[in-house]
Design a protein around this ligand. Sequence first.
Ligand code: PEP
Ligand code: MN
Length: 342
Amino acid sequence: MIIVMKQKISKELTEAVEARVRELGYEPHVIHGEKRDVVGAVGDERGKMVLQSIESMSGVEKVVPILKPYKLASLEVCPEPSKVELAPGLFIGGEELIVMAGPCAVENEEQIIETAKAVKLAGAKVLRGGAFKPRTSPYSFQGLEEEGLKLLCKAREITGLPIITEVVNPRDVELVAQYADILQVGARNMQNFALLKMLGKLDKPILLKRGMSATIQEFLMSAEYILAEGNRRVVLCERGIRTFETATRNTLDLSAVPVLKGQTHLPVVIDPSHATGHVSLVPSMSYASVAAGCDGLIIEVHPDPEKAASDGPQSLRPEAFADMMKKLKAFAEVADRTLPNA
Ligand code: PEP
Ligand code: MN
């Protein structure tokens, strides 16, 4: 249920509503809007009609049911787009298009630092790099683990770029959170509910990737798992879905951007690298993503793609990335976005 408060009321009235929601066995989530507060009451869907009695409390304008199965992720609860703080002073979901870039996996100190410097120079605002890699084959490179996290931190110290890295296993959440600014949930883990619940308890932004066979509704239900635990800093990432087509690694579902924008206030990022699987397709799909209305991009860049331990064929060289960023700036402007420093 959504409890819509009247305009210009004292905060004590909202607090009284929160307390009553709790008494009735539901979890209140307050959203302070520009004009008024809204309290989302989430919990067991059965028996939610008891919440209707709140309508008679002072300061309450109306109590309405949330129709979507995802609640906190929906535009019903929060009609304005959310700006998510990725690092102190760096927001996604506003006018600025945020580009995250870096190698698929952290391989060694020289590789990550060289890449970090290059992507920063080209205008990226976040450095990506996997330390724990979810590989299809158990015999493929699985990542440097904690050593990789330490190297990412070194790159952050040198460049000032915040770092995003994937957490694959619930038992590593604490470790990864000690080092990373943003934690990534990979496509293969979108429905790892134990992992999502743990990430919901963190005070760190989460980039949630869409599962390769997940519907938009399933994607939003997974975001809801994180939000329901109290973590509001969730960013969605479309990275291509499985279809019958084999000419590309996955099929980039670009329509997911406007569809998501019509259903959720959460920012949406596109990963054209995993979506296409080939460098030659990354620039055009990046421009198209901006035209479709995405809030950011996450792109694989490697100084020597032929020698990359993973995803070399889809990794741009730093020069190609810089060139793409310059062209992207023009597309961003047409889409009413800014891309500073590119
Ligand atoms: C990655 O970002 O390197 C990755 C493994 O992505 P995905 O989970 O989208 O396959
Ligand atoms: Mn990769």
